[in-house]
Design a binder for this molecule. Structure first.
Ligand code: SF4
Ligand code: SF4
Length: 165
């Protein structure tokens, strides 16, 4: 399964990802069209700064998703690719999922009475945030490849320690 991977060290805080996300989820699908829509389209990821670090916080599409478990109306579900998605017509605006998500990436839309969350741009090959990021802080990667790269880094670090010892 390909996941959106975040490298906070590369993030400059430009918020292009947030903008790209909101435009992708607009009716117009263009920046000019999106800014004239009412209500304005909403972003599904959040660039936050804390403790001197800045980076995007995104939905992890958790396998054992607290938001899905908390949803009493059957609105939130795992699709066939494992993405946590929403059946809009079933949302009753109880905000249980908003409270349940440990990452704070579901937000209430009080105008439409709907919970808003990342749908992993499931209709596109490339998520909007990844496409918009100019620094490579957001990438789409196979999780097995990410784990293999991490293992190689561990070996490289251990080899470096031995040389220095
Ligand atoms: S919204 Fe939160 S709890 Fe639900 S899948 Fe995404 S990260 Fe997990
Ligand atoms: S687009 Fe990339 S560099 Fe800019 S805020 Fe988002 S993650 Fe950071």
């Amino acid at each position: 399964m390909e996941q959106i991977v975040v490298d906070p060290d590369r993030c400059t805080g430009c918020r292009s990802c947030e903008l790209g996300c909101a435009v992708r989820h607009s009716k117009a699908k263009t920046l000019l069209g999106a800014i004239s829509e009412s209500p304005l389209p909403r972003k599904r990821l959040f660039v936050e700064t804390f403790g001197g670090r800045t980076g995007p916080v995104i939905c992890r599409h958790c396998a054992d998703a607290p938001c899905v478990k908390s949803c009493i109306s059957g609105c939130l579900y795992h699709d066939e690719r494992g993405f946590v998605r929403r059946r809009k017509e079933r949302c009753i605006g109880c905000w249980s999922c908003v409270a349940a998500c440990p990452f704070g990436v579901i937000t209430p839309d009080p105008v439409l009475g709907l919970a808003v969350k990342c749908d992993r741009c499931h209709k596109s090959a490339m998520p909007a945030c990844v496409e918009a990021c100019p620094t490579g802080a957001l990438t789409l990667a196979d999780l097995d490849a990410v784990a293999a790269a991490a293992r190689r880094q561990v070996l490289a670090a251990e080899a470096g320690q031995k040389k220095g010892a």
